[in-house]
Design a protein around this ligand. Structure first.
Ligand code: FES
Length: 253
């Protein structure tokens, strides 16, 4: 039987605060004496390749990669074998055996156990009748003023290619240059040209940029955000110009 000497638990979760992530990592760690890591395939944090590199550098030679989700994303489940094979093939150094565990939530026992536990704990469930109704808050009526709408891809393939670092480097460069207020930055899922990642789309310029390192981010911020000029060598795609939008009667021109 294959005995792993480390376990990586992969989750797909765009929105997870640091405290909850630490709790999950602690729960994973408590489950086994083996070294463990919790990796988010989308969102932020060290990407799967970095974590595999780190464990391999610590001497781990058989690593079990275990997807965790209820259920785990079918798209990511289909993607994981290939990206793990990619990491293994391009790795230099002693060979590392990778094992990919099955989605443990596919069987209905886990779901049934959660539902049973929820019913048993119904007396501590939060009574919604005591909550104030709130679909919209005043700050959500309109966007803040901005000149550049930047869509940073944090999909799994850009994540693997360093998108968490892009997000962080962009935020730091915008703040340092005093240009943060000129941008509305949003993170997105896959935008399609994954092979060009890590990337962002900049509107209204309609230009998509590959920003692999801090130097590229600094040039993007100075050129696109600071001077409203393209940085040609970093562009991977331009949106085709639209025909002028016909004027709608009654709307300001
Ligand atoms: S994951 Fe970023 S473009 Fe596909």
């Amino acid at each position: 039987m294959a005995r792993p000497d480390a376990v990586i638990v992969c989750i797909s979760q765009q929105h997870l605060n640091a405290a909850r992530q630490r709790e999950l990592a602690a729960a994973v760690s408590a489950a086994t004496p083996l070294p463990t890591r919790l990796v988010r395939l989308e969102g932020s944090g060290p990407h799967l390749g970095e974590v595999l590199d780190a464990l391999a550098a610590e001497g781990c030679r058989t690593i079990l990669v275990q997807p965790l989700g209820l259920p785990f994303s079918q798209s990511l489940a289909a993607w994981l074998p290939g990206v793990l094979a990619h990491w293994r093939e391009q790795r230099q150094g002693p060979p590392v055996r990778l094992l990919l565990g099955p989605d443990q939530a596919v069987g209905n026992e886990v779901i049934a156990a959660i539902v049973a536990a929820a019913i048993a704990a119904a007396d501590v469930a939060e009574p919604i009748a005591e909550q104030r109704p709130s679909l919209g808050k005043p700050g959500w009526d309109k966007p803040p003023p901005f000149r550049h709408h930047l869509l940073v891809c944090t999909g799994p393939r850009c994540q693997f290619r360093g998108a968490p670092n892009l997000k962080l480097a962009l935020a730091e460069a915008l703040t340092a240059s005093g240009l943060a207020g000129a941008c509305l930055v949003a993170t997105t899922g896959c935008l399609y040209p994954c092979n060009q990642g890590p990337l962002l789309a900049a509107y209204p310029r309609g230009e998509w940029y590959r920003l692999p390192d801090r130097e590229a981010v600094a040039r993007f911020v100075a050129g696109v955000v600071g001077r409203n000029e393209p940085v040609a060598d970093l562009i991977v795609h331009r949106v085709a110009a639209l025909d002028p939008i016909p004027h709608i009667p009654g709307e300001p021109t």
